[in-house]
Design a protein around this ligand. Structure first.
Ligand code: ATP
Length: 462
């Protein structure tokens, strides 16, 4: 029945995901649009379209479940983006959250001093036009604005550059309200803002983005074991999401890379089309954050260990800090494939397919009537209604069935259900699998359960 039946393997050259292909597919299919596009676009900001928001929500849900539901001692939080300005003094962001910046006096190009060849910096020569460069100056990445009607230094407020501080300032509240005992964690997903100088590579580095951060509070002395445990857990998480493991690696921060707060830091890097780049950081932040907030707020932030003679101490913090929007880019790149398929009787052809884990796919099931007529469309709508309760569904009755499968492949829909004349006779439908393009007849009554099992058993490449 379907036009696409034979699978002839991958063509290595054609399978290559480039940033241009990903960006163009993302726009074409409604994953990600440029912000304010009709006005020429806003640098560093992107909008998530109908498929993009579904994918982003599912990535967030997978992370949230992993952190909270699967860990008895981790709870959630949603702190405000606007925080007391003293928070950013205590955290060290006002003083240290800077990039070294140089400008070209001639062509006006702006560079991060650590990203241009050292000889250009030394001789103050612009790498673009050969013009003269300015001295290096520190550029703070925090967005500053004013709150209230008065526009002076007393009304300065920052858009948070990370979600972590919202967790630290609530750590005592959460211990008290939820009777948490060390070790315990607090997880949060939310927006963060950084005035990034270089924002190329699509949504990789943006000025407005989302983070998924978990801060784990432990007693000093146990911190390195817990740190190693979290490194293992975060690695295994990506493996369970079906990410290509040969596209992931560890990078340990050397002494001059370590952030002002960090004791030890490892990044999980992903092989993006432009090369290996940070996906998530796992940091041992020591006692830095809570000690600083204790000092700046004047509030006692010691943990009191009631099971141990009321011993008082400032906990160490192990942080896992992942970009949600950067994860979305990673998932898109990782899922992207072009594959040679042979149409029945036709010449060789290619299909573009997004091999998302079914848990992450924006649409789980597409319902397709073979024809609009003879009651097949109504029957298909009926079946869609049954599936809606459990799955996100799509319905498509336009064009040849082979072309409709291709459209779903490109959106990463793992299952298509086709309704034909036999469905009317014997109540079976065709279930078509995105990755293998295999098809099988399944009784309508067993469809929802069958899909559920397939999602549970899903292994990449099968
Ligand atoms: P970089 O050195 O790349 O600027 P960072 O080391 O400062 O990043 P962290 O502060 O550790 O990054 O942030 C944790 C995570 O948040 C990163 O691993 C990344 O996934 C995400 N992230 C950070 N900055 C951005 C950004 N500008 N756009 C999108 N995601 C970001």
């Amino acid at each position: 029945m379907a036009e696409l039946t034979a699978y002839e393997g991958n063509d290595a050259e054609a399978s290559k995901a480039t940033m241009e292909k990903i960006t163009s597919l993302a726009k074409r299919r409604g994953f990600v649009f440029q912000s304010s596009e009709i006005y020429g676009g806003q640098n560093g900001a992107w909008d998530y379209g109908p498929l993009g928001i579904e994918l982003k929500n599912r990535i967030a849900q997978a992370w949230w479940k992993e952190m909270t539901q699967m860990h008895d001692n981790i709870v959630g939080l949603d702190a405000a983006i606007l925080m007391h300005p003293r928070v950013w003094e205590a955290s060290g962001h006002v003083e240290n959250f800077t990039d070294p910046l140089v400008d070209c006096k001639k062509c006006k190009a702006r560079f991060r001093a650590d990203q241009i060849p050292p000889e250009n910096l030394e001789k103050k020569i612009c790498p673009e036009c050969g013009g003269e460069l300015t001295d290096v100056r520190k550029f703070n990445l925090m967005f500053k604005t004013n709150i209230g009607p008065v526009d002076d230094s007393s009304s300065i407020i920052y858009l948070r550059p990370e979600t972590a501080q919202g967790i630290y300032v609530n750590y005592k509240n959460i211990i008290q309200s939820n009777r948490m005992k060390i070790p315990f964690g607090i997880a949060q997903i939310g927006k963060a803002f950084r005035n990034e100088i270089v924002t190329k590579n699509f949504i990789f580095r943006t000025c407005e983005f989302e983070q998924m951060e978990m801060q784990y509070f432990v007693k000093s002395g146990t911190d390195m074991d817990v740190f190693e445990d979290w490194r293992n857990q975060r690695w295994s998480y990506y493996e369970r999401l079906g990410i290509k493991m040969d596209h992931l690696r560890w990078h340990q921060h050397g002494p001059d890379e370590l952030a002002h707060y960090a004791k030890v830091a490892f990044d999980i890097e992903y092989l993006f089309p432009m090369g290996w780049r940070e996906l998530e950081g796992i940091h041992n932040r020591g006692q830095y954050d809570l000690s600083r907030h204790q000092e700046y707020s004047g509030k006692d932030l010691n943990y009191i260990d009631q099971d141990n003679n009321n011993e008082r101490y400032i906990p160490n913090i192990i942080e896992t800090s992942a970009g949600l929007t950067r994860n979305l880019l990673m998932v898109l790149c990782d899922a992207y494939d072009e594959e040679k398929v042979a149409d029945k009787g036709d010449a060789d052809d290619y299909r573009t397919v997004l091999r998302f884990h079914p848990k992450l796919a924006p649409i789980t099931v597409a319902v397709l009537p073979l024809m609009k007529k003879d009651g097949l469309a109504e029957l298909a709508q009926d079946i869609r209604k049954e599936l809606k309760e459990d799955y996100s569904t799509d319905y498509d009755q336009a064009g040849a069935i082979g072309r409709r499968y291709r459209r779903q492949d490109e959106a990463g829909t793992p299952f298509c259900v086709t309704i034909d004349y036999d469905t009317k006779e014997d109540g079976t439908v065709t279930l078509r699998y995105r990755d293998s393009m295999k098809q099988e007849r399944v009784p309508r009554a067993q469809l929802a359960a069958k899909i559920k099992q397939c999602i549970k058993d899903y292994k990449r490449g099968q």
